[in-house]
Every structure is written in structure tokens, then in C-alpha cells.
Write a protein that binds this ligand. Structure first.
Ligand SMILES: CC(C)(COP(=O)(O)OP(=O)(O)OC[C@H]1O[C@@H](n2cnc3c(N)ncnc32)[C@H](O)[C@@H]1OP(=O)(O)O)[C@@H](O)C(=O)NCCC(=O)NCCS
Length: 330
């Protein structure tokens, strides 16, 4: 069977840079603490009037241009985000309108930081079964809108950005060899936005108690992230009938350099520079957007050689996790 491919990639970064030095003036932290514990140097913050759908639109335009197809050729838009413009309508519908992708169905996917890989799984199946021809995946996050900039344990981690790709049967690009998805709903309390849903609609109390900001048990999340991302890499290697040593590039979710290093331990043959970390250094944790940005920068940096395998590994709130193996067709 012909396999689905990523035929175009794009990303978008807001202009405003928030450095560790800036954060030193906002909370009781230091550049040294942040770099040592996370690897993050700076992150981007969207403008007050710049929203998830706007960043998604910019990243989508870049991906469509890279794929050399028009918006009207897209027949499905999947938007992965945990910071939608609204609870409803979906951000995917807003993006469909901005792009004038009038022939496309549109739906949001909420799998937190694993959203891009979840979307790749759905796009692969739908394209290979010939339900849709060209699927646009967009991951976009305005995490600054749910971050408490008085909470030093979380505000140092997150940033805003978007990434996008076009998945199709035709054309060249990155062939999708295997995708593994997993979830563990027992752990949903460890990383959560407590209020704003139907269980706790906005009230004066929820605002006063800062329940519209994300809450995280960092230590526990860290342990689960390492374990689940490790499992996911193993599962998608098995699904593709490949071995660790076949992988040329490891692109884990860009949340924390130490988590990435822990995942990389399994890949003893890989030189340091083939474990991708540039995104966590420069943009922090951009949730669903993270691996898509890494892929875009990796491809456009002309670093990928023909027939190389790239392994994506992701983890997020829910918990959700997953892995994906891509082959560069050149
Ligand atoms: C958040 C994280 C960086 C914290 O690192 P850690 O080594 O676990 O640090 P701890 O939470 O144990 O905190 C150690 C100390 O540093 C303090 N601290 C926390 N944030 C700090 C900051 N920004 N600056 C300085 N000190 C800080 C803590 O208060 C604690 O002080 P104490 O020992 O006096 O109580 C780490 O747990 C992590 O990366 N977790 C995973 C987060 C993640 O990636 N989430 C998204 C998954 S998709």
C-alpha cells in the first residue's frame, strides 16, 4: 500500500522574546536555575491581539507554500491545541475561514502536547484509506494565556508558537512509517487547567483562586514523561519493524532538555547533534507545536539525508503519549 507522506512543513513564532533574564525580574528565579533544570534560554510570547488561530494561519500558509498546494486543495483541517481561541467554535473552523480553504472539513484535536502526533495518526489513516486527499495539520498554542507569571515553577517553561504540515499520498517528503498512540487518564490531575470547563465554569472565585492558569506537579510529570516516551519509542519501532540503530534523528517533545537526554539513552549509536534540542533551547515548551517546529527547522536546515529515519516521541497532559517514525524520501 502507498504510504502517506508529509509533503510540506511550516512554522510561526511571535516576535516578542521572553528571556530567562526577563523572568528573573518577574519571579524569584535565575537564568542558571532555568538552564540547568530545563535547558530553556528563551521563549516567544504572542501579542495581546494575536491568538492561536492567527499563529495557526501563519504556520499553515508556510506549510501550503512548502507543499506547493493551494488552500482549496485541502479537504480536512486538524488543529491540535489546548489553548483554542474559544471552547467553541473550533479553532479549526477559524483557520479554515482565514485560509479560505472552502473545500475542507475542520476539527480540533485535544491531546495536549501529543496533539501533533495524534493528528499524524488520523491523517495517515484517512489519507491511506483515500477518505481525504490532502490533510492540513496545524498545532498552535498561546500558552501564555493560561500561564501564571507569578508561579516560578511553571512560567519559566512555556512559550507560544505554531507549526503545520500537509499530509498526502502524492508527492515527496517524509513518509509516515508508523504511529503509536497511548493515553493514561488516571493521571489527569497532575497537569490540568482546573476551571473554565463545565465542571468549574468561570466565577469570581475561580478567578480569585487562579484556577484559569495551568497547574502541574512537575516532579511527577517528569517521571511519567520519561517512562511513557520511552515506551512509545519502543512501540513505534516495533510497528515499523525497525531497531534503535536504524534511527538517524531523534526528535522528542521539546519540554525539557533533561527529559530529552533520558529518552536519548536508548539510542547509544546517535551522536549528540542528532538528538534534536534546538526548539527547547530557543522556544521552551510550546506543547502541541513543539515536534512540528523541530521537524520544520530540521528539514529546512538541510540536515536530513535521503532515506534517513526520524523518530518523534511525545508526551502531554491527559496523560497522552505517542511516537512516530518518518522516512526522508528526499
Ligand atoms: C518543573 C521542573 C523543571 C522542576 O525541576 P525539579 O528539579 O523537579 O525541581 P523541584 O520541583 O524539585 O524544585 C526544586 C526547588 O527549586 C524551586 N524552584 C521551582 N521553580 C524554580 C524556579 N523557576 N527558579 C528557582 N527555583 C525554583 C522549588 O521551589 C524547590 O525548592 P525547595 O527545594 O526549596 O522546595 C521539572 O520538574 C520538570 O521539568 N518537570 C516536567 C515538566 C514538563 O515538562 N511538563 C510538561 C510535560 S508535557
Amino acid at each position: 500500500m502507498t504510504k502517506a507522506k508529509i509533503i510540506g512543513l511550516g512554522s510561526y513564532f511571535p516576535k516578542k522574546v521572553l528571556t530567562n533574564k526577563d523572568l528573573e525580574k518577574m519571579v524569584d528565579t535565575t537564568d542558571e536555575w532555568i538552564v540547568t533544570r530545563t535547558g530553556i534560554n528563551e521563549r516567544r510570547i504572542a501579542d495581546e491581539n494575536e491568538f492561536t488561530s492567527d499563529m495557526a494561519y501563519e504556520a499553515s500558509k508556510n506549510a501550503l507554500e512548502d507543499a506547493k498546494i493551494k488552500a482549496e486543495d485541502i479537504d480536512l483541517i486538524l488543529v491540535a491545541t489546548l489553548t483554542p481561541d474559544y471552547i467553541f467554535p473550533s479553532t479549526a473552523c477559524l483557520v479554515q475561514n482565514k485560509l479560505q480553504a472552502n473545500n475542507a472539513a475542520a476539527i480540533d484535536i485535544q491531546a495536549a502536547c501529543s496533539g501533533y502526533v495524534y493528528a499524524l495518526s488520523f491523517a495517515k489513516s484517512l489519507v491511506e484509506q483515500k477518505v481525504y486527499k490532502n490533510v492540513l495539520i496545524v498545532a498552535s498554542e498561546k500558552l501564555s494565556s493560561i500561564t501564571d507569571y507569578q508561579d516560578r515553577s511553571t512560567c519559566i517553561l512555556f512559550g507560544d508558537a505554531a507549526s503545520a504540515c500537509v499530509v498526502s499520498l502524492n508527492g515527496k517528503g517524509l513518509e509516515i512509517e508508523s504511529v503509536y498512540l497511548g493515553a493514561d487518564g488516571k493521571m489527569s490531575d497532575l497537569l490540568i487547567l482546573p476551571a473554565g470547563g463545565c465542571k468549574k465554569p468561570a466565577t469570581l472565585d475561580t478567578v480569585k483562586n487562579k484556577e484559569h492558569f495551568l497547574k502541574m506537579d512537575g516532579k511527577e510529570v517528569y517521571k511519567h514523561a520519561v517512562r511513557r516516551m520511552g515506551e512509545a519509542t519502543k512501540k513505534c519501532l516495533e510497528m515499523a519493524n525497525l531497531h534503535e540503530s536504524d534511527i538517524s534523528w531523534l526528535v522528542p517533545h521539546q519540554a525539557n532538555e533533561r527529559i530529552i537526554d533520558a529518552i536519548a539513552k536508548r539510542f547509544t549509536h546517535l551522536p549528540k547533534e542528532k538528538v534534536y534540542k534546538e526548539v527547547v533551547y530557543k522556544f521552551g515548551n510550546t506543547s502541541a507545536s513543539s515536534v512540528g517546529i523541530a521537524l520544520d527547522l530540521l528539514k529546512k536546515g538541510n540536515k536530513l539525508k535521503k532515506d534517513e529515519y526520524i523518530l518523534l516521541s511525545v508526551f502531554g497532559a491527559g496523560f497522552t503519549f505517542g511516537g512516530c517514525i518518518l522516512k526522508n524520501l528526499g
